[in-house]
Structure formats: C-alpha cells, structure tokens
Design a protein around this ligand. Sequence first.
Ligand code: B12
Length: 370
Amino acid sequence: MLFSPAPSESIEEAGHAMRRNGNLSELIKTAARKAGFDLAGIAPADDFPELARFPEWIAKGRAGDMKYLESRAPSGELRRACLRSAFSWARSVVVCAINYNTAHPYSTENGDADHGWVSRYAWSRDDYHHSIMRRLGDVEAQLKTICGAATQTRAYVDTGPIVERVYARYAGIGWLGKNTCFINQQIGSWLFLGVIVTSIELSPDLPQPDRCGTCTRCLEACPTGAFPAPYELDSNRCIAYLTIEKRGQIPEELRPGMGRHVFGCDICQEVCPWNRRAPVSNKEEFEPREGLVNPALAWLAELSPETFGEKFRRSPLKRARRNGLRRNALIAIGNSGNPSFLPVVERAAQDEDLVVADTAQWARRRILDE
Ligand code: B12
C-alpha cells in the first residue's frame, strides 16, 4: 500500500500526521518486508550509550589495521561514535535485517582436516553487499515516494560511518550479544544488516532486552581468545579479522588457534544457544557456491590468478586477495599436521610472495613438529 496525501494536504503535512500515529513507520517496515527483509525497525538517530564505547575501543587499538573505522568529522569527533557528526540532518535510522543461514553443518561439526572452512556469510552466489543494497534501494525509493523527493537518505551495508548493530538494537529487532553479534530471539544471529539514515522523524521502536543472561559459551569457545571482556572484541585476535582484513604476516602465536579457518570464522555464533534452532533462509541466493563450504586446502594454497579471478568473481572472498587466501590455507595446512601436504608446502616455500613463502616454511615446521 502506498501513501498518497489528501489533495488539500502537502506531503509534508500528511507526513507529520502519519508520523504522529506511527503509520508511516509501519508503511516503511512493510516496504522492507516486501523487499525481502526478514526484520525491520526504526531507531532514532541518537548517540546511544553503546557508542560512547567506540572511541575507547579505537584508543585501545582493538580495530587493528582497519583505519577506516577511525575516520573523523571536521570537529575531530570519530564519525562512527556520533551519527550527527556525519549526517547533521539525520533524524531516524531504518534498520533492515535478512537471514542468510543455509542448511549446512557448522565448522564445529565438521572434522575434515584436509579441507578448509569458509564462514557461512561468505558462501553466497552474489556478494551480500550487492544483494542487500538492491533491497535497501527499494525501501529507500518507497520512503521517498511516501515522504517526498526532498527527503534525505543514505543507505549502507557495512561501508557507512555508522555502527549498524547499535542502531539495530534501538530499532527493536534484537540485542547485542556478548560475542558482539546482533541476535534476534526468533532467527538467531545469522543476519546481515542494512541501514537507511533519513532526515524524516519516524516513530521509533522500543529496544529489546539483552537475552544473553549468564551464558558465556561464545567467550569460552573462541580459540584465539579474542574477547577481553563480554561485549568487547579485540580484532587483532579475531580469526575473521586475521583471515579477511589482515595483510602481511599473521602473528605466529595465533596461528595454531586458527585451525582450518581460511576465510572468516563463525565459532562464537555456532556455539550460541540462540542459533541452535536457527531457521534456514528462504532465499536461494544464500545457497553456497559450489566448492566453498569446505574447500580443499591444497587447491586453495595453489590458487592461480586465473582460478581466483573466475571462482571468486563477485564473491566476498575477493577481499582477502589471492595471496591472502593462500597464506590462510597454508596456516590450515600446518595445523592439519598432515605430511601428505609437504609437496604443496615445499612449492609454496619457493613462492615469490614473501608472506606466502614464510607461511609455508612455518607450515613445514609445524607438520614436521620441528
Ligand atoms: C569492522 C567490522 C568487523 C571487524 C570487527 C568486528 C567488531 N566486533 O567490531 C571484524 C573484521 C573482526 C568483523 C568480523 C565479523 N563481522 Co563484521 N563488521 C564490521 C563493521 C564494518 C563495523 C563494526 C564496528 O563498527 N565495530 C566497532 C565495535 C566497537 O563495535 P562492536 O564490537 O559491535 O561493539 C559494540 C557493542 O558491543 C557495544 N558494547 C561495547 N561494550 C559493551 C558492553 C555492554 C555491557 C553492552 C550492552 C554493549 C557494549 O558497543 C559497541 C559499539 O560502540 C560492521 C558493519 C557496520 N558498519 O557496522 C560489520 C558487521 C558487524 N559484521 C558482520 C559480520 C557478519 C561479521 C562476521 C560474522 C563475519 C565472519 N563470519 O567472519 C564476524 C563476526 C565477529 C564478531 N564476533 O563480531 C555483520 C554483523 C551481523 C550480526 N548479526 O551481528 C555486520 C553488521 C555487517 C552487516 N552489514 O551485516 N567485522
């Protein structure tokens, strides 16, 4: 249903009236569901208490080398800690979420040591940034149709100066877990988020309570000890950061804990009781590309530029770059302790890429237990 103003009313007046009774928010949430999102809610564009933790997190070096998280407004404020420093006109944030879970085992359930593990979010046929952005575009267009073309909006999946999970919490669609993931009571945490920052003042939803209780499974399960405290992640120790974002060498002391994770990590979500009965997505697009659920480590360690280009076109895995994936595969190979990998390791040890070559030498030492 589309809202059309009465002939005597300007769009703005009608918008004010709708905002008062909350209908406008409902229309936007309906548009989000029509666009294929599983959850949608509205948060005010406020600086919530959780955001006060962001500068501290940056100051402690928890962001590792992700310098883009430190971008500052001309006032000197960290943009992500203060939404209005980035968008002075912002009044509300529409938060949409989509379930990306598929019916495949968890990494903690699958013990094939000759194969690597790619995290669930990265299996999809298309890069999720594109598919979610397309859907957000539909919602954004509806918002402008309903509220008028002059309405300011910015839609983001990941890349905007906004801590999406905090706004998701205040949009009333879930809470922030001790593993820092955003969790919904019915769906769990296999959710992608997308946000639309808007100049329209919409009636907001109420935040949901934290339902982690006394559970600490995620904190205990992390093999690299990436949680210095509940609700706080040290990226420098997080396997997702190490395998996706970190360039160059991965610190040796963290490599054994990486097991056979070659791109991202889901352990802190796999052990979460809220994901025990997580529903499977009805979207075909999240079904894995062939060979990605459990890629052969030898294949990945010897990935040619041509295969990388073909196999990972429009895939999130591209972010780690070819030699990054090879480095990760060599760590997993070292952790496998399997001597049948030695020929692969010997070839990689001669590689012109120094990080690949050094990692291969480490893998050789680990396999031979030297
Ligand atoms: C940088 C980044 C990363 C970094 C850092 C992760 C992190 N925890 O911040 C790395 C590379 C490690 C990463 C990993 C992953 N990421 Co990421 N990432 C982002 C990104 C781009 C920014 C996040 C950010 O600003 N972090 C800053 C820190 C400070 O925020 P935070 O850890 O969430 O902490 C907040 C709360 O915990 C709270 N808080 C702090 N202390 C306390 C204490 C109490 C008591 C309370 C109540 C709250 C609280 O305040 C903090 C905000 O200031 C977002 C997209 C976006 N623009 O938001 C995606 C995003 C968070 N990532 C996402 C995903 C899917 C992942 C992975 C699952 C991918 C994978 N499988 O490998 C993992 C999950 C790891 C994890 N446990 O977080 C999704 C999360 C969806 C969800 N359901 O939560 C997002 C939202 C992307 C998206 N658009 O869908 N990611």
